[in-house]
Design a binder for this molecule. Sequence first.
Ligand SMILES: C[S@@+](CC[C@H](N)C(=O)[O-])C[C@H]1O[C@@H](n2cnc3c(N)ncnc32)[C@H](O)[C@@H]1O
Length: 305
Amino acid sequence: MPASPTATPEHIKDVNARYHDAAADEYDAKWGIDFGATGQEQVRLKLVKALGGLGGRSFGDGLEIGSGTGYFSLNLLQLGVIERLTATDISAGMLSRLSATAEALGLEASTVATEAEQLPFEDESFDIVFGHAVLHHIPDLDRAFAEFRRVLRPGGAIAFCGEPSRHGDRLAAVPKRAAAIAAPAWRGLVRARRRAVAESERSNGHALEGEVDVHAFAAADLRRLLRDAGFEDRRVGGEELLANAWGWGLRTVESTAEPDSVPCGWRRFAFRSYIALQKVDTRLFEPRLPAELFYNLLTSGRKPA
Ligand SMILES: C[S@@+](CC[C@H](N)C(=O)[O-])C[C@H]1O[C@@H](n2cnc3c(N)ncnc32)[C@H](O)[C@@H]1O
């Protein structure tokens, strides 16, 4: 359920900060976030799709918007696609997880708690501004895109991936419903215990989940944002069809069980099957079907030199 149309921008940002602070500790496990070779390859592929190729290019100063626990930026840093990272997020809790992971991986990452619509950086400070699954949380996207352009150096790139498409958002409701019905049988099959939802979790921000999303996009919405902010070489593409439906089904059944009672064998199967379906989407569907049919949209542009 998206945020109420009458919710003020301040309320939406406050809810986002509180919800993501509360979600930070379980975030990587919930979304299967990986900082090894698999995660790096996933992120590299997404950026390649968004930019229409990388061609061995690397970016000096990278700014991530809504970096969360670092799925995108720490993997890009490990790959050498960005040389220096400034990770920003409205949630200090997410950034502190990112810092801990960066330290464990031996990476240097500067973190700044800030909202996307008002960035505390000098003009022309970065070579790439990027993000994953964040634009749909930002109330005033025109303002945010103007900020992205301001802090980019001339010729710099903007790239955002993992944004929900309007059509995909509706499609995701089907596997979620089917998985909710199948969940008791699934728990019996894998011998997982039913999750008791603690009241502490609700008061902690988890109950805010339905209020954090503000937008689902048509490809044309993203093209307009890029154009109005003055970006050139504008691109919008789509990714993940089967993988996403399967992924929502997996997450829905798993969310009904106590995490420590879900067997490792199941987790391995779930992860591998998701990656296999991603490959089918990439090879078979993405080159042939229109962007709006997919669950995720990717977009990129370039600030004029
Ligand atoms: C769905 S999470 C994605 C996190 C990370 N990019 C990833 O892919 O794992 C969205 C992130 O955007 C952040 N966020 C939400 N609203 C924001 C805003 N207005 N400005 C900056 N960050 C925001 C949230 O705190 C959260 O960490």
